[in-house]
Design a protein around this ligand. Sequence first.
Ligand code: GDP
Ligand code: MN
Length: 398
Amino acid sequence: MNLHEYQGKELLNSFGVRIQRGIVADSSEKAVAAAKQLTEDTGTGWWVVKAQIHAGGRGKGGGVRLGKSLEEIASISSDILGMMLITPQTPPEGKFVNQVLVAEDVYYPGENDPEEYYMSVLLNRATSKNMIMYSTEGGMDIEAVAENTPHLIFTEEIDPLLGLLPFQARKIAFNLGLSGGAMKEMVKFVTSLYTAYVKSDASLFEINPVLKTSDDKILAVDAKVSLDDSALFRHKDLAALRDLREENAIEVEANEAGLNYVDLDGNVGCMVNGAGLAMSTMDLIKQSGGEPANFLDVGGTADAKRVELAFRLILRDPNVKAILVNIFGGIVRCDRVAQGVIDAFKNMGDAIKVPIIVRLQGTNAVEAKQLLDDSGVDLISATEFQEAADKVQEVLSK
Ligand code: GDP
Ligand code: MN
């Protein structure tokens, strides 16, 4: 689960990480009130208005703008709120902006230019250790740095038993070229950032930029936070931060019904039971020349109600041109599943406009195939896995 920047910053702040302060707003009146409040709290005279969407690269897409008066805040926030913001990380049509974060301007002109660093915390799956990645080359083009000058990106791995050790935090600050007060600030920043990561069961923190102000303060100007879904049950407060408007509508609905659905780019809908079978089904579809449109695991109880809901979800994706039902009857009997498919099909009437290939294997598979073939409904049955995939290709090429 991903958080918005403003939520991520609040989380960091609650662990003592210094942040660029801001107030979230969903109207331009509230944005102006937020700016006034920030001036009272921080003394800032300028503000940035930042679109809150679950995608980065907002600066490049016009979703982060500096305002130097309350009038500018009013007009910038009314421009950004309600816009379809297109960035290198959004779908081509962009993402709708429901909220903006009005933040204190922290790039105030000083004797030195502020420095921008990059810092992320994530799991290195190859070594099974968390690591901190960091670079002096922070700002909007970290992808280009990784591509062209990878030696400018450092990593520090953390032993899971020992945690982040003080010398590691000092090494990071040193490699970033810091000394004196800024070094102390950075050590504290890194230490509390890592604690926040571990304590919130996060899977990614990406802070880009981390800023050193002209008066040597280190603070998070941006925050991309992903939390581990499997650990959300022990963070009810964080789970409540979910913004369903940012998520795929079909995935949300499937989730509520206890179905495991993942949206993909192809045109073959897949209804299967079990994640392993889902993987091999997608492989076989691909190997036979097709592209899966989704991953849908109906789980153990493939009765008519669940099968019908699964069909309806798959069919909401307009790219679906055929559906492959591939179910293994272990505990669930194939003839029950077949009856479920037939009943769902009959219930849905004209709603099904694409060919459906059904392959049931396992307990009572023979009876199941008989039921399908005798049902009079327009289904294509198959016994073998490859046969089913071939039949999918056959209907697609028509
Ligand atoms: P992203 O583009 O989605 O990663 O959004 P960021 O939060 O990283 O903001 C993009 C850029 O806006 C940053 O790299 C900064 O250069 C700039 N920015 C952010 N906060 C301020 C600020 O307080 N003042 C000024 N002048 N620029 C800012
Ligand atoms: Mn950023």
